[in-house]
Structures are given as structure tokens and as C-alpha cells.
Design a protein around this ligand. Sequence first.
Ligand SMILES: [Mn+2]
Length: 311
Amino acid sequence: MQAPITLIGAPTDIGAGARGASMGPEALRVAGLAAVLQAQGLTVHDRGNLTGPANPWRPPQGGYRHIEEVAAWNHGLHGAVLDELRAGHLPIVLGGDHCLGLGSISAVARHCRERHKKLRVLWLDAHADFNTAALTPSGNLHGMPVALLCGLGPPELTGIGGHTPAIRPQDIRQIGIRSVDAGEKRLVHEHGLEVFDMRTIDEMGMRHTMELALAGVDGDTHLHVSFDVDFLDPEIAPGVGTTVRGGPTYREAQLCMEMIADTGRLASLDVMELNPALDVRNRTAELAVDLVESLFGKSTLMRKQAPTRAT
Ligand SMILES: [Mn+2]
């Protein structure tokens, strides 16, 4: 039985370096997110948008921009995601910039601790988002959520959810990475994050990459996908604030989503960084919805069974 889905809008760009991701939730709704999921026989409830502080557009203070506002948004999101998980629902967070991964994933991790479930986070992104104030001059917190989840950063952010660190580096697999700062790279290595960067995907293909990223996922696993839309190649997904050339193609992205769907373990999802102010006729939102549809099992397969996987 597929859990009922709850859509949670988090309309803010509080952690970003460009304004506009605050319009992401509505663009995803306009692109028909609820309808395509319902067409697959899923139950979908849209609980509307969370509210939080406005974006004051200040420079960094103590190395971080908008730390209080980021904490407020993430506390609100943490509570909303946790409520949905405890009710047996499958939350889809409509971002919003990727600093919101902190509130969402800290709630998922807390739920996994309460239910003694194994956590696997797939972080689909052009960036590792493993920065700290010491490493980044911008202070934009959307470049830091993975580091914050792993306990690196100020306590008012790392402590959201009451458990520091919220997750362990071995709980997460990063896919599609192609833009990492030098200092950030060092930190990623120090903490032993498993990264499937674009070179890996080029060399071994998306299929083998996903087999590795999903290895060990079993019936006890809560699988969370944090989908930063800048994961996709900007040729097909221009509507994001931090485009990086050389991302997955449409087919590679579809295969990625379909292989996640095949596990049957997807239990929560973030769709982040969609920026309608930079989009072209909402096509990036429509693409994101198309991919979410595949993530929930709409397959392009004409054959009855997938070929046996090489192990
Ligand atoms: Mn990101």
C-alpha cells in the first residue's frame, strides 16, 4: 500500500544567492504536480505553504547570511515534515532553496531514529553543499545543508531536531556533483562522503552509478531523495539560480528516477531550488514534475520486466 502523499510548500529563498526560489512551490503546482501523482492512483493532499520570515537581503554576519531566518524556516519545516511522517504520510517538500534540506532531512532522520529504520539519503545536486563559513565567502546557507546535517556549523542550525549530528556521512550518497570548492573538497574527503560525481556517471553510466548508490537499501530502509533541480543539465533545466554545465541529460535523469522508484523504498522527497524568475515558460517546473512522476513509478519501460541487474 502506497502511503498518502502530502505536499508541503516552503516558499523562501532565504539561503540563496539569487532571489526567486520562493516562487518554486507555486510553479510546481501550476505544472500539475498533484494531478500527475493522482493520475497514478496515489492519494495526494496539499497542505499549502508554510510561512516564515521575509528575506531581508543582508550581507553575511559572522560568516552566515540570514542565520536567524534560516533557523526559523527550518524549524517550521522540521515540524511539518515530522508530523506527516508520524501520521504515516509521504511528505514532498516544495522548495524553496536548498537550505531547507536541513529542516526536512533532520525530521526524516529523527523519524528513522524513533522507528529504528535505516536512513539512506540520495542528494541529487550539481554541488556538494558541504560548505562552512570558514570555506565560503558568500555565507549563503543553501551551500551548507549537508555540512550542517553532519554537525558542522553553528549550533542554532546543527541542533534543529534535537540531535547533533542529525545524520552521519555514511547515510548519504551524492549524485551528479560537478562544482565543489577546493576547501569544500577537502572537507568532503575528510568526512568520507560517498560522492558519485559527473565523471563517475560519464565513466560508468547512470545505471551502474545508481546500483552503487542504492546498494544496501532494503525493506528496513527509509529512502529520502533531496532533488536540487540544478542536478540537471542547464540545457534542459534553465530555471535555477546556480546552473553548472555538464549535468545529467533527460534520459540519464529519467533512469536515475526510475531506478529509485524500482526500490519501492522512497518515503520522503524534497524538490529544491526551482527558480521561476529564471525559467522559460515554466519548462523547468514541468520537467521537475515529469521526473517526480517517474520517481513515483511512471515507467517508460515497454517490456514487462527489467533485465536482471549485473551484481
Ligand atoms: Mn543544493
